[in-house]
Design a protein around this ligand. Structure first.
Ligand code: GLY
Length: 288
């Protein structure tokens, strides 16, 4: 198979003055992930791409995430391996710079699949990861947004889906959730089948958008299931239109099906994304 990667930097009404940074960040993340695919696996590629976006304060993941109603960052992440259907997830962590690294450690170094809050942070210490202070994850832009009362209609996230040269699929997502969320609120991102899903026999998908709606239709799994009978561009569109019709919720999806075809779609006003396939790079903040 020919390796491919697609990443997203969130589906929402990305402001005009933030579009360029979103495109740049997605493009760089996709290139870094694609570099991994030259020698590594799909799992390595999605981890690398999502880690890059967690470190880029442009995005609602890692440093720069939206703040909850108490002015703190609370992070969720999920990584899924399409070979084994194994996944690792963490939710509600407050002192981890790169939750996607911890999610991968959960998948590969424990017999479990999901850890939350302080238990997840204790696990990170056991794995030799450094904890940070929550204030180190707070970007001045987000403090300003929080002081003004936030904007509950924003819902972002970052994600990546990759296929390696052996035809293996993987997906990963990471988020700070929604602005002004109540402490302890968990959205779709760390939930298997909601934030992401990967199955080598069908395809892989990663979601972004309004978590409360995404959970109700188990969006990523729905898109992957639809790939049994249609290519990923049609599957992601149908899954998002079903979500809109059944719940009124908006969002976006990126995907690769088992034949290696890339798909993306969003029902929000904009979605930032980038992909690399056959050496061709495309990055955009797509507008409907
Ligand atoms: N989609 C991210 C969230 O709702 O938390």
């Amino acid at each position: 198979m020919r390796p491919a990667i697609i990443v997203h930097g969130g589906a929402w009404s990305i402001p005009d003055d933030a579009v360029e940074d979103h495109i740049k960040g997605c493009r760089e993340a996709a290139i870094r992930g694609y570099e991994c695919l030259k020698s590594g696996s799909a799992i390595d590629a999605v981890e690398e791409a999502v880690k890059y976006m967690e470190d880029d304060p442009t995005f609602d993941a890692g440093y720069g995430s939206f703040l909850n109603s108490e002015g703190e960052v609370e992070l969720d992440a999920l990584i899924v391996d399409g070979r084994s259907l194994r996944f690792g997830a963490v939710a509600g962590v407050k002192r981890i710079r790169n939750p996607i690294l911890l999610a991968r450690a959960v998948m590969e170094r424990t017999e479990h699949q999901m850890f939350i809050g302080e238990g997840a942070e204790k696990l990170a210490v056991r794995f030799g990861m450094n904890l940070c202070d929550n204030s180190e994850l707070v970007h001045p832009r987000e403090l300003e947004r929080w002081r003004k009362g936030g904007n509950k209609d924003i819902f972002s996230t970052v994600g990546a889906v990759a296929m390696d040269s052996d035809g293996n699929l993987a997906a990963a997502v990471s988020t700070g959730g929604t602005p002004m969320k109540l402490p302890g609120r968990v959205g779709d991102t760390p939930l298997i089948g909601c934030g992401a899903y990967a199955d080598n026999s069908l395809g892989a998908a990663a979601s972004t958008g309004y978590g409360e709606a995404i959970m109700r239709v188990i969006l990523a799994k729905k898109a992957v299931d639809l790939m049994e009978n249609k290519p990923s561009p049609l599957a992601v569109k149908e899954a998002l239109l079903i979500m809109k019709e059944r719940t009124g919720g908006l969002g976006g999806l990126i995907a690769i099906d088992s034949r290696g075809e890339i798909g993306f779609y969003h029902t929000t006003s904009r979605m930032a994304f980038a992909y690399v396939k056959d050496g061709e790079i495309r990055a955009a903040a797509s507008i409907i």
